[in-house]
Design a protein around this ligand. Structure first.
Ligand SMILES: *Cc1c(COP(=O)(O)O)cnc(C)c1O
Length: 290
């Protein structure tokens, strides 16, 4: 999660209830104890109240909040822990795009897999992240910025780095459809992802489809000029537009930035307005600063 300081100097956090639920589901997957999410939210609010000067006085920065749980039994065995430590790390973070809102380039290499059926790619567990670091370094070595994680023989798109993925398309009738992979166990159930789906449904201007999307379909849509925008979504950046994908030796140019009123920009503005209290919304929880 993050804590955001608005122009009104008030500090807010975004959908803590959803974050607590998800953390408990992750704890269960490693046989760690579950906890009362409302109580942890109260503790986090009190911690931020004490450390409130660490929440940047800026609408492009925020305070990153990382609730963490580890087993602490003094043993080396692979077994459930009788003792666990639940703690919260805070760290101020600057703008995700220090040089301005710039689209990123992706490496899509089907040799690498982030998650698989029956695994725990849909849980925020530390074991999901260490194996991605070398692949991310490989992308950087090729002059690219992020990894587009594919899965299966049909090269399904699953996530971008540690973000969920959205593709704005035109269907055969020429109508806009926002497509995102389904919660089938291969992707992390992002709270930003869920919020974008709920916003789009509320707007009612284009359909949202939670379905499988593959690289051959992306190539086909690009060929038919029916792929409008492709972007990642997560707490760190809210939305992260994509400009190109290196796939099987070919650089696919994605026209995400080529539109006048891009949907990803509207999503960014709507969500940041809620987070920084520019509008009142039930997703934002005000922290008592007195
Ligand atoms: C945290 C995370 C996301 C995004 O989730 P948010 O709740 O929107 O921040 C997406 N994918 C992975 C792998 C993640 O770890």
């Amino acid at each position: 999660m993050k804590a955001y300081r608005g122009k009104d100097d008030k500090i807010r956090i975004f959908r803590p209830d959803r974050n607590m639920e998800r953390m408990n589901v992750s704890a269960m997957r490693s046989e760690l104890p579950i906890f009362d999410g409302e109580e942890l939210t109260k503790c986090i609010c009190r911690l931020i109240q004490i450390d409130q000067e660490w929440v940047p006085h800026s609408m492009s920065s925020s305070l990153y909040i990382r609730p963490t749980m580890i087993g602490i039994d003094p043993t080396l065995g692979v077994s459930s822990s009788d003792n666990a430590l639940l703690f919260v790390i805070l760290c101020p973070v600057g703008p995700y795009f220090p040089g301005g809102f710039k689209p990123v380039s992706l490496l899509a290499d089907p040799r690498f897999t982030r998650a698989w059926p029956g695994g725990c790619g849909d849980r925020k567990m530390g074991s999901n992240y260490a194996p991605t670091i070398r692949v991310q370094a490989e992308a950087l070595g090729l002059g690219l910025q992020q990894v587009l994680w594919l899965f299966g023989d049909d090269h399904q798109l699953t996530e971008v780095g540690t973000m969920n993925i959205f593709v704005l398309t035109l269907n055969e009738k020429g109508e806009k459809v926002l497509v995102t992979p389904p919660l089938d166990g291969l992707i992390l159930p992002g709270i930003t992802r869920q919020s974008i789906i709920e916003l789009a449904q509320e707007w009612g201007e284009f359909a949202v489809e939670e379905r499988k999307i593959t690289m051959p379909e992306v190539q086909q849509l690009l060929h038919e000029k029916r792929l409008l925008e492709l972007f990642g979504a997560g707490t760190a950046c809210v939305v992260c537009p994509v400009s190109s994908i290196l796939y099987q030796g070919q650089t696919l140019k994605i026209p995400t930035m080529a539109h006048k009123l891009p949907v990803h920009q509207r999503i960014l503005k709507t969500l940041t307005d809620i987070q920084y209290g520019e509008v009142d919304h039930p997703w934002a929880l005000r922290i008592d600063q007195a």
